[in-house]
Ligand binder design. Structure first.
Ligand code: ADP
Length: 270
């Protein structure tokens, strides 16, 4: 991306109304395929935003961009007022180096469909790993923090078990505690219930429900569970073709969708 284009973007977002997350004209391509098409998306501090939409519409890519797992082709993403993938240098924005990216990444926690716990570590060791090795927290402090979080997700009694001894729902709850142990400003949930048996989905959605409104945590969630999205979200964004086709409060978007594509999608998933 050229410097002329980048110079249109502020080096920092300031002021009380600055969002926690801002995508500005973000385009992501894989070869000829445009997956995100000049996307603008703001998420306010403490807001829970859910992304819904057909397969291939770019939902997961939004989260992957925030995890800085991919480079972007155009545009800028800001987290907590600072550019995520670019850093201020000589009065302009330049692609971020690894040190800057590592610092920014610490703001973001993520839970995936597949829990990705470290198999050779117990539940509590999984939670302590990041705080000790990435944040440099003393072990005792990391343990206390992890115990509290395992308690919060209802897994305190399983803290010394290895993942292979836990059910899918239990592993996912540990994965949520592990992400929270890093005290992220933004939590991302990507289809966290899709790989679970129906009878354990509730135990995971209840944990997420508990987080909403707590600690002013900002959350972005991709889900196929429309009922859950409706219940829990402050705002729902319907993605189509790498853009937001329609967004609004859950009652409006689900109850009275304005756009034809939204109507079609919602009637197909009911
Ligand atoms: P969604 O989450 O809405 O199903 P994704 O964000 O996962 O959609 O993907 C959007 C599009 O990008 C899809 O067409 C997918 O095949 C494509 N895609 C995702 N990752 C890659 C990749 N690494 N290389 C090429 N194409 C990709």
């Amino acid at each position: 991306m050229s410097q002329e284009t980048l110079s249109d973007f502020p080096l920092e977002l300031e002021g009380a109304d600055a969002p926690m997350v801002r995508f500005r004209q973000v385009t992501k391509r894989y070869g000829n395929l445009t997956v995100l098409d000049s996307l603008d998306l703001d998420v306010a501090e403490g807001e829970m935003v859910t992304i819904i939409g057909p397969s291939g519409s770019g939902k997961t890519t939004v989260l992957r961009m925030l995890m800085t797992l991919e480079t972007i082709n155009e545009g800028v993403i800001y987290v907590d007022g600072k550019p995520l993938t670019h850093m201020p240098r000589n009065g302009g924005l330049v692609p971020a180096d690894n040190r800057y990216l590592r610092k920014m990444r610490a703001n973001i926690g993520m839970c995936f469909q597949h829990f990705n716990l470290f198999p050779h570590m117990t539940a509590i060791e999984n939670c302590m790993e990041g705080p000790v090795h990435v944040l440099g927290l003393p072990k005792r402090e990391a343990r206390e923090r992890s115990e509290e979080l395992l308690e919060m997700v209802g897994m305190a009694d399983k803290r010394d078990q290895h993942p292979s001894r836990l059910s899918g729902g239990q592993q996912q709850r540990v994965a949520i505690a592990r992400a929270l142990a890093m005290r992220p400003k933004v939590m991302l949930f990507d289809e966290v219930t899709s790989a679970l048996d129906p009878e354990v989905i509730g135990e995971v959605t209840n944990v997420i429900r508990k987080l909403v409104g707590e600690h002013n945590l900002t959350m972005l969630m991709v889900t196929h569970q429309m009922g859950f999205a409706k219940d829990i979200s402050d705002r729902v964004c319907f993605f189509f073709g790498g853009r937001i086709e329609e967004q609004g409060k859950p009652a409006d978007l689900f109850g009275n969708p304005q756009r034809e594509r939204t109507q079609q999608f919602l009637s197909a998933v009911k």
